[in-house]
Write a protein that binds this ligand. Structure first.
Ligand SMILES: [Zn+2]
Length: 329
């Protein structure tokens, strides 16, 4: 009887809907919305059975070009926790959160990583002061005359392409889940520890295997600059037609100078991306006769198969690069 009267008091104080929402909340897995598929896999891995994850941008989707629908606002409205990449990757997220009425925490998975600046085109006016750009990122890049001006443009959002950053994402997600759902803190901590160990092992393996690529062949050419962190971590070089955002379209003269650059670099292979239009790479292939070395998983997981997890995506990218670049021919 005491229980019923407490319930009656709470109903009066909070309103029936707030109370029933709280009761429902306690009985269900934690409802987590992530911005894109890589975070979906990370949260699912660390959260296990205690979370139910919905991703706004799904497998093979392009978060740069995403247009939220009303159903996405509804997903956010129903969420207990929202996890995003940050670093300006999801340009649409703030408006979507506002529109949804979601008032909980928006966890930025990349918090605490060493950000990488993207050295963009000269005419990009607006310089945010990135206090955290580290010059050690650049010192081991040979000065081959190409980059006299050291312009720091936008920050590169593709931080998940370095497994050491993936470990930081995992720590941030673990801490957010522990805070949102302390009853299952032990499970979140144990899952995260195992996951981080797996990332460390794969990182070590990737470094060993990618070191087999000859110095003259350490160039990745992709549709957009999704692999800057990857290139920095595993000592490769990167070229792309459009920079860090898939929405940019290269001009004819941009493509002309890129083709010259590719030809003078004696590049061994071009790579498609799973979530971008292959037209630019196909055009480069036709104009340079350089082989297409396969598809790299860039800003999204795949719906099925090896690329449907973060660790599998990484393994696939290492294998694909090795097959195309380390072959003796
Ligand atoms: Zn991208």
């Amino acid at each position: 009887m005491a229980h019923i009267s407490l319930r009656a008091v709470l109903l009066g104080a909070l309103g029936a809907s707030a109370l029933s929402a709280n009761i429902a909340h306690a009985q269900e897995p934690l409802q987590v919305v992530t911005s894109f598929s890589i975070l979906d896999d990370m949260v699912s891995t660390i959260g296990g059975d205690h979370v139910s994850v919905t991703s706004l941008v799904g497998p093979d989707g392009d978060a740069h070009a995403f247009s939220p629908k009303p159903a996405d606002a509804q997903s956010l409205a129903d969420a207990d926790l929202v996890v995003v990449n940050g670093l300006q990757f999801e340009g649409w997220i703030d408006r979507l959160v506002d529109a949804s009425g979601y008032e909980g925490e928006v966890v930025v998975a990349s918090n605490g990583i060493d950000t990488r600046s993207f050295e963009g085109h000269e005419d990009e006016g607006d310089h945010d002061d990135h206090d955290d750009h580290d010059d050690h990122d650049h010192q081991d890049h040979a000065t081959d005359g190409e980059e006299e001006h050291h312009h720091h443009g936008d920050v590169d959002p593709h931080a998940w392409q370095d497994l050491e950053n993936g470990e930081q994402y995992a720590r941030n997600i673990r801490d957010a889940l522990v805070k949102a759902d302390p009853a299952h803190a032990d499970a979140y901590r144990a899952n995260a520890e195992r996951y981080i160990d797996e990332m460390e092992a794969l990182d070590k393996e990737a470094k060993e295997r990618l070191s087999q690529i000859p110095a003259s062949d350490r160039l990745i050419i992709t549709s957009h600059d999704a692999f800057g962190y990857f290139a920095d971590a595993y000592d490769l070089e990167l070229l792309s037609p459009v920079g860090i955002n898939t929405l940019a379209e290269p001009s004819a003269s941009d493509m002309g100078s890129l083709i010259q650059q590719i030809e003078s670099s004696h590049a061994k292979a071009l790579f498609l991306e799973n979530m971008t239009n292959p037209a630019l790479i196909n055009q480069l292939h036709e104009e340079t006769d350089i082989a297409i070395g396969g598809t790299l998983y860039a800003d999204a997981l795949t719906a099925e198969g090896e690329g449907s997890t973060y660790l599998g995506m990484f393994q696939h990218n290492v294998d694909t690069l090795l097959d195309a670049l380390a072959a003796d021919d």
